[in-house]
Design a protein around this ligand. Sequence first.
Ligand SMILES: [Zn+2]
Length: 327
Amino acid sequence: MSNSLEELRRIFTSTSLGQMAYHTWAQQARHERFFNIARLFEALSAAKQARAEHAFRSLGEVGSTSENVEWALAGLEPEAIATGPVTATSPLTRELLRAAQVALQQGRDLTADELGDIVVCRTCGELRVGAVSGACPICGTVLEAHRSFRVIEAMGVLGPHAIMAFLEKSEQAIRTLADGLNEGLLSHQLSDSQPSFKELVGHLIDVDTVFRSRAWLLLETDQPELAPGHPPRLDAAKGYRDQPIEAILGEFGQSRRQTLNLLRGLTNAAWHRTGHHELYGTINLLHQGNWAVSHERQHLIELAQIRHDLLHTDLPGSVVSDVSEGE
Ligand SMILES: [Zn+2]
């Protein structure tokens, strides 16, 4: 790769912008629960990142760490060079994005059949989809050094320990967040489009129930077909608005204890038992555990925000635990 300095600066600028654009779109796709499309965006972002890193190094902008600190303090000043398009810049990328476009026009996510496992070369950013083998055809980097965006990891890569640790803490977190809010505030909607505190907790009960029944199927039956029906939507939880908070919290606690009892002490092999899901293809209990945690975490954060917006005061520390991957 013998690019002129000007060309390298253009590549560095455009790939940096493209990386952040794809990354942010991935987060939004996750938020809208299009997990395969989110995975596509993350892979495209990683491809841009590898190209940006390569261009930046080729520009001679990376030295020893002490030099880099000096340069960082001096304030990196990007050259103002027109970049041209920063996304959808290759035929494969356009093909994948068009498939996402078609799926979304049908009101759905890409399926695992439409978007298989993706690998991205960490050296040059070459992106390959499907049953990939061998080193990068562009730069010869071995497959082991690629980043992978596998179908089965689309929900996250938390291990059993992290999943259990999170699920065990939720009831106490919700109780802490509800503390000091009266029944009226707990039923109050801050806007017409926003659910009340009680509805959100009710929704968490509904989803915990679905998670537990799927976990049971995976553990107790061979290769179950997991119900294609979507998990209960938030608006199915309206009925909880009229119930006393203590009843709702009691129901959550009871459901969660059943779920934890089902999962406690499982072997590694049990967490890897598989089933089939129409949208996500072959999935395992870890996949579903990651789904449950990421869903619940997002709503616990919403509960904390509702509490803040209702009371205009904050608790001394963070109530919703962060999750550390790979445990
Ligand atoms: Zn490569």
